[in-house]
Write a protein that binds this ligand. Sequence first.
Ligand SMILES: Cc1cc2nc3c(=O)[nH]c(=O)nc-3n(C[C@H](O)[C@H](O)[C@H](O)COP(=O)(O)O)c2cc1C
Length: 304
Amino acid sequence: MDLSTRYLGLELKHPIVASASPLTRDIDGIRKLLDADAAAIVMASVFAEDIVANRSVLDERLETLRLASKQSSVPIVASLNCARPGAWVDFATRLQDAGASAIELDLYRVPSDINETGLSVEQSYVSVLCAVKEKVEVPIAVKLSPYFSSPGNMAKKLVETGADGLVLFNRFYGGDIDLDKMVIEPEYQLSTPYDIRLPMMWISLLSGRLRASLAATSGVWTYKEAVKYLMVGADAVATTSSLLKEGPHNLGRIIDGLRAWMEGRGYDSLDAFKGRYAAAHLEFPDAFMRSHYSDILTSESKDQ
Ligand SMILES: Cc1cc2nc3c(=O)[nH]c(=O)nc-3n(C[C@H](O)[C@H](O)[C@H](O)COP(=O)(O)O)c2cc1C
């Protein structure tokens, strides 16, 4: 059975990737994910702020990347978390030189100035991509949020600017207020399989319409979510929360589940079902999305 797929122009032995997290920050974590048979590993992001401040963590990250790329037969993708272009951009070259097979730009900022227009936010992201693209030759993926007035048009702009792939979507990690201590504390929640729905809809809408790879991130805990993402046209499917909770070996379980599901259906390659539910195959994608929305809102509650 052939589970191989192409992502960012790289050949992956199967579509299941470990996305950026504390597990991909050091060489021990990365080794565990390699042992669990990850098809590619996205390292934890290096933050633009750390690069500007020239923090010592950078040397450690570069060393980990060097070791990982030497020891691994699968692509190791470096990740940069950034919002605007700046002096930090040169660091992308160091990631490439340290052996990164590709670079993922994790674009994230909250436009807290209410005078800033959506167009200006979009332009700042496009400029980041342009600036990094000038520095490196390895493929670049952009991990973006769904919070644009027109996420599809933003995706198109990024691809036209040179993104080789898009990763849909990064999640919102905001602080919470601790009412006992009366302080704002950072807190994250692991995803659930329900979280596949928004990325799944957008991957369906974008698949086949952009000259770029699409990776899905959010909500993949079992082979089922992976299959659904592939069915709407994802080229690669990433998981983090499931690995943080269940351990790196969950990655192997997802791959085994995918293989067993394909066997049960008589599929011998991903092409047999990949993109079957891509909106490009639908005559009226807008109407399709909207009628589902109204069907859900007007249906009887399951609990009644
Ligand atoms: C603790 C934690 C740390 C993360 N660190 C990063 C990071 O450094 N860079 C990044 O792009 N995404 C980071 N993410 C986001 C994940 O890569 C992933 O996109 C997100 O968790 C959604 O996938 P999931 O539903 O499989 O968890 C992090 C997520 C968690 C939970």
